[in-house]
Design a protein around this ligand. Structure first.
Ligand code: MGD
Ligand code: MGD
Ligand code: SF4
Ligand code: MO
Length: 714
């Protein structure tokens, strides 16, 4: 490189947001253009790690299909005719339409639909609250939230405990129990960078994996429980049974800090390992070995994920795993499962903090009571399920729904009941979508607003209320794209909501977030990271902020609300056991949406580097099951559930039980014709059971329903 070239090459330190993770990265800029994103070896969260998505950030940034200007629908819905308009007209229209609906039909006639946790989550939740609608349509029933609230009801603290890999207390985990979480592909869990697991294993930590699939981690594990999908509660109760029967638990913790132990003892008596083995397909000696290894390794930590969230009794399964952490004496101890202490003075804006903003009591009580689907799960679930929302739009009951603002979500591909969803999106009077790309969902909107990617944003990146916040800096501008936060500020200004959004712009907001820590965004960008001062064993001085002041084996809150205060097992609503007749017609158990490294849900199928890694939709099945059906590696197969039918390509693997198949989710083909881009061909959303299975939380069983598979005609 000549001297001039070197001068023009600069490196900006930032944090990636191609997934939830906050991997520290170096953004390389040449002649004003981002040319490369590499891992930052000095970053304490990720220590140089970067995955293929992080590296593909540049491909995303400059992708020719990016939305670059606000668009207005110019034909009938779904006719794919769009006219570019200016931001003023676009924002004025959205603001006016939402306000008109509110004035005529009440704030509840307007819904906000959100996707997974993104940097603007806090703004979105605050916006819904300030506007006064209780209807936030989101994935809280199947992702993360059930574990947060189950953990909060058990030990009073929010958010949930996270594995302590960083060693701030001088000790690292000796054993990692990974339960329904595939962090090596999913990058981050609950605020933890997945690379930390790799580092801990390199240092000799023992590994136990509970997963129906032989994931990379499962293949490296000391013990692997190949659990039948959806039966985790029985397995957890049996492990608790062994801990108690063999007196492997932390007696000091139980005596000093817990309530309801006797009732737990009675409950787990119902789950001896031999009974659990029949339910879960995990041999009883494996159950005993797991209990012994986990309980005798001190400290140990437990990493959990969507495998729990999307099970038919996710809430009590999560409670059982919280109880396991407490009983083993791992809660808030160095190297165990800890409650991070965030940096002092920094205003908390994590997706978790957003929940606080959508708690119903912040709304007018009479409006909060109107939340769609209220009553089908405990009020602490702030979200509305898609299926419930679509019904309300289509029937006008219990009241008319007039307008919808979709921000960063593609529910036709990522939620259940998508055909009903399509009808609802076609029927609703007004909708606007904010996205980086045109999608099958955005194609049905009236106004589409172009969002900025992470390289186009200033932010105080905060991942789930953890021990640090990190600086993300705007290094590019694509077309007229805008940061979602700015879009919310602009809408709030037009809708008289400035009291809740008093910030002039995103920079002033970032300064506000940092204000209590005594620095502004410019100074913070130079430092790059602010850390909290970690304290362990907070319960020894502060107790647990539950009604009893103790860690509650039996939840007094659940009991007061009329629910079972203790974890118990429930059979999935569709299974060989609960629906044997249906099982004859649909003789395979379907799991959907095991996440894969190259994609993020419906995202990145545009990006050649990512698509090459997984060019087609794949369903994993055991060679024996395939042989019985005359299916060979790579064949296109038809997968049919009681709800619908799709096609994917068979991939044969010994790492799955012959009675189970694993179906990739959120497939569409951006290269095909709009408005559908072929989503009805292969999207697992068409197969999903939209019924709320969990009696407490209302989760849907997306990882354990029935299906059949057949070879497609050549
Ligand atoms: N069958 C099945 N379905 C599942 C799952 C499963 O396991 N099985 N998992 C579920 C889970 S856990 C979740 S959380 C949901 C996620 O569901 P979604 O959040 O709806 O999924 P994505 O495809 O990631 O994102 C939707 C859109 O957001 C846009 N987007 C990305 N970043 C931004 C941004 O910064 N701003 C804006 N405005 N838009 C942005 C993308 O371009 C994309 O079109 O999917 C769920 N769907
Ligand atoms: N690359 C990539 N990263 C992502 C995402 C993405 O789409 N792509 N999505 C992000 C989002 S929104 C989320 S919520 C996280 C989720 O991250 P994870 O929690 O890791 O999510 P999954 O891959 O859905 O499920 C984890 C594991 O659970 C297993 N599993 C399925 N059913 C069961 C069951 O019944 N019991 C048990 N014990 N295990 C089961 C699956 O086989 C899978 O290996 O990932 C985030 N990160
Ligand atoms: S794991 Fe997530 S944050 Fe880290 S490099 Fe990959 S996409 Fe970026
Ligand atoms: Mo999620």
């Amino acid at each position: 490189m000549d001297a001039k070239g070197e001068e023009e090459h600069s490196v900006v330190k930032s944090v990636c947001r191609m997934c939830h993770g906050v991997c520290g990265v170096n953004v390389h800029i040449q002649e004003g253009r981002v040319v490369k994103v590499t891992g930052d070896p000095d970053h304490p969260m990720s220590r140089g790690y970067i995955c293929s998505k992080g590296r593909a950030s540049v491909e995303l940034l400059y992708h020719p299909d990016r939305l670059r200007h606000p668009l207005k629908r110019a034909g009938a819905r779904g006719e794919t005719r769009w006219a570019p308009i200016g931001w003023e007209e676009a924002l004025d229209t959205v603001a006016r339409k939402l306000m008109e609906a509110k004035q005529v039909h009440g704030p509840e006639s307007v819904a906000i639909a959100l996707g997974t946790g993104r940097p603007y989550m806090f703004y979105a939740a605050r916006f819904a609250n300030a506007f006064g609608t209780p209807n936030v349509v989101t994935y809280s029933h199947v992702c993360y939230l059930p574990r947060i609230v189950a953990s909060a009801l058990t030990c009073g603290r929010m958010p949930l405990p996270v594995c302590d890999f960083y060693g701030f207390g001088g000790v690292r985990p000796k054993c990692i129990l990974v339960w329904g979480c595939n962090i090596l592909e999913t990058g981050a869990a609950d605020g933890l960078c997945g690379h930390q697991v790799t580092l801990a294993l390199r240092q000799g930590a023992r590994l136990v994996v509970v997963d129906p699939r032989k994931t990379q981690l499962a293949s490296r594990a000391d013990l692997w429980a190949q659990v039948r999908p959806g039966t985790d509660a029985a397995l957890a109760l049996a492990i608790l049974h062994v801990l108690i029967e063999e007196r492997l638990y932390d007696r000091d913790f139980v005596e000093k800090h817990t309530a309801g132990f006797d009732r737990l003892v009675e409950r787990v008596k119902e789950y001896p390992p031999d009974r659990a083995a029949q339910i879960t397909w995990v041999p009883d000696n494996t159950i005993r070995d797991i209990a012994r290894l986990y309980a005798s390794s001190k400290p140990a930590c437990l990493l959990w994920g969507n495998g729990i969230d999307q099970s038919p009794n996710c809430f009590q399964t999560a409670r059982a795993l919280m109880i396991l952490r407490g009983l083993a004496g791992n809660l808030d101890v160095p190297g165990g499962d800890v409650f991070w202490v965030p940096p002092a003075g920094v205003y908390q804006t994590s997706p978790f903090a957003a929940i606080e903003n959508i708690l119903p009591e912040r709304l007018a009580p009479e409006v909060a009571a109107k939340k769609l689907g209220a009553g089908e799960s405990i009020p602490l679930n702030p979200g509305v399920r898609h299926s419930v929302f679509y019904d309300a739009v289509l029937t006008g009951k219990p009241y008319p729904i007039k307008a919808l603002l979709l921000v960063g979500t593609n529910p036709l591909l990522t939620a259940s009941d998508p055909l009903k969803g399509e009808a609802a999106l076609r029927k609703i009077e007004f909708s606007a979508a904010v996205d980086l790309f045109m999608t099958p969902t955005a194609q049905l909107a009236d106004i589409v607003l172009p969002a900025a990617s992470w390289l186009e944003q200033d932010d105080v990146a905060d991942l789930h209320f953890i021990w640090c916040v990190a600086a993300r800096r705007k290094v590019a501008q694509i077309g007229e794209c805008r940061d979602d936060k700015e879009i919310f500020l602009e809408l709030a200004r037009r809708m008289g909501l400035e009291d809740c959004f008093p910030w002039r712009d995103v920079r002033q907001w970032c300064d506000f977030v940092l204000g209590g820590a005594g620095l502004d965004f410019d100074a913070f960008s130079k430092v790059g990271l602010l850390r909290g001062e970690m304290r362990y064993r907070k319960h020894e001085t502060e107790g647990f902020p539950t009604p009893s002041g103790k860690f509650e084996f039996a939840s007094s809150t659940l009991e007061a609300m009329g629910y079972d205060p203790l974890p118990d097992y429930r059979e999935p609503p569709e299974s060989p056991v609960s629906t044997p007749d249906l099982y004859v017609q649909y003789p395979l158990i379907a799991m959907t949406g095991a996440k894969i490294e190259p994609f993020f849900h419906s995202e990145y199928r545009h990006l050649p580097s990512q698509r090459r890694r997984n060019p087609d939709p794949f369903v994993d099945m055991h060679p024996e099951a395939a042989a019985r059906l005359g299916i060979r590696e790579g064949d296109w197969v038809r997968i049919t559930s009681p709800r619908g039918s799709i096609r994917q390509r068979a991939r044969l693997t010994e790492g799955i039980d012959p009675r189970v198949v694993s179906i990739q989710h959120a497939w569409w083909f951006p290269e095909r014709e709009p408005p559908e881009y072929g989503w009805k061909e292969s999207s697992a959303s068409l197969l999903l059971d939209p019924r709320p299975a969990d009696p407490v939380w209302g989760s849907e069983p997306w990882k354990c329903f029935l299906c059949r598979v057949s070879k497609e005609a050549d």
